[in-house]
Write a protein that binds this ligand. Structure first.
Ligand SMILES: CC(C)(COP(=O)(O)OP(=O)(O)OC[C@H]1O[C@@H](n2cnc3c(N)ncnc32)[C@H](O)[C@@H]1OP(=O)(O)O)[C@@H](O)C(=O)NCCC(=O)NCCS
Length: 257
């Protein structure tokens, strides 16, 4: 790589930071970004790796990891306008290929599955954004202009201009690059919402059953009271009417004392 190409690449990397990070205000601030340090050191390590220089590329990569918390294997190919926002915890494997204007957030892993040899890391096409903590595993391709949601685990190809989220990642939307129009493909399951709806239905059902039970019980109660009163009345009637507990003679007997 000639000096002018190296400087052009550096300029593009700095521009990418300004384009992606609203917090980046001045060049002096951007020069402090560890994402920028990591990519500069990686470009040095990769140039040496390409020239088959032994040991030094690995050393540069390890020093970079120590200084920035970002681990990029010197063999990884990375295009221009590359931005690692916040950076810490990013891991990029040896056979990874990254296109132009790609953005990674902190904690992204572009790794192997541990089962493959040879090309075993992902290919990330141009203009891809990979969210915080996402893992892209295996020799898969993330198509141009796609977005991978934070926390996703991607183990299959993602077509261009799509949004992949979840574990394992699923395509939830695609964008028409000409119009910018987004089309939803899949609505994600909502287990908590489903649980609440289920509970609400159960409570409503039980309230209804309770009301029915109350109505039936009241009906029986009143019916029973009525029957009891009727029976008492008929007994009294049979005995010739109400018999006072204290007969009239007893009062009259005591009057003379
Ligand atoms: C995926 C992302 C790029 C948004 O893409 P988008 O195409 O605009 O997608 P939307 O916001 O329309 O979301 C589509 C669906 O995916 C869901 N979704 C979005 N991001 C998600 C994520 N990371 N994990 C799980 N689901 C997610 C949304 O809830 C929505 O589902 P719903 O409609 O059923 O509620 C964004 O959410 C994201 O994760 N960006 C990463 C940003 C980042 O890492 N920032 C770190 C700053 S330090």
């Amino acid at each position: 790589m000639s000096l002018s190409t190296a400087l052009r690449t550096l300029r593009d990397d700095i521009r990418a930071i300004f384009a992606n990070d609203p917090a980046a205000r001045t060049l002096a601030e951007v020069l402090l970004y560890q994402g920028l340090h990591a990519i500069i050191l990686h470009r040095v390590a990769h140039a040496l790796w390409e020239r088959k220089v032994p040991f030094i590329p690995r050393l540069v990569s390890q020093v970079s990891r120590f200084l920035t918390g970002i681990e990029i294997h010197p063999g990884a190919r990375i295009g221009c306008g590359f931005c690692i926002d916040h950076g810490m915890g990013v891991v990029i494997g040896e056979t990874t290929e990254i296109g132009d204007r790609v953005t990674l957030y902190q904690g992204v892993t572009l790794g192997g599955t541990g089962k493959q040899a040879g090309k075993r890391h992902p290919t990330i096409e141009d203009d891809v954004v990979i969210g915080v903590g996402a893992s892209v595993l295996g020799a898969i391709t993330i198509g141009a202009g796609s977005r991978v949601g934070g926390g996703a685990v991607v183990v299959k190809d993602v077509p261009p201009h799509s949004t992949a989220v979840g574990v394992p990642a699923r395509i939830v939307a695609t964008r028409d690059p000409a119009t910018g129009e987004t089309r939803r493909i899949e609505h994600l399951p909502d287990p908590e919402g489903a649980l609440f709806r289920n509970l609400r239905d159960k409570v409503l059902e039980q309230e209804q059953r309770l009301q029915q039970l109350e109505q039936t019980t009241n009906h029986h109660f009143f019916e029973h009271r009525l029957t009891l009163a009727e029976s008492l009345w008929s007994i009294l009637d049979e005995n010739g009417g109400f018999r006072p507990c204290c007969p009239e003679e007893e009062y009259t007997q005591g009057e003379g004392i």
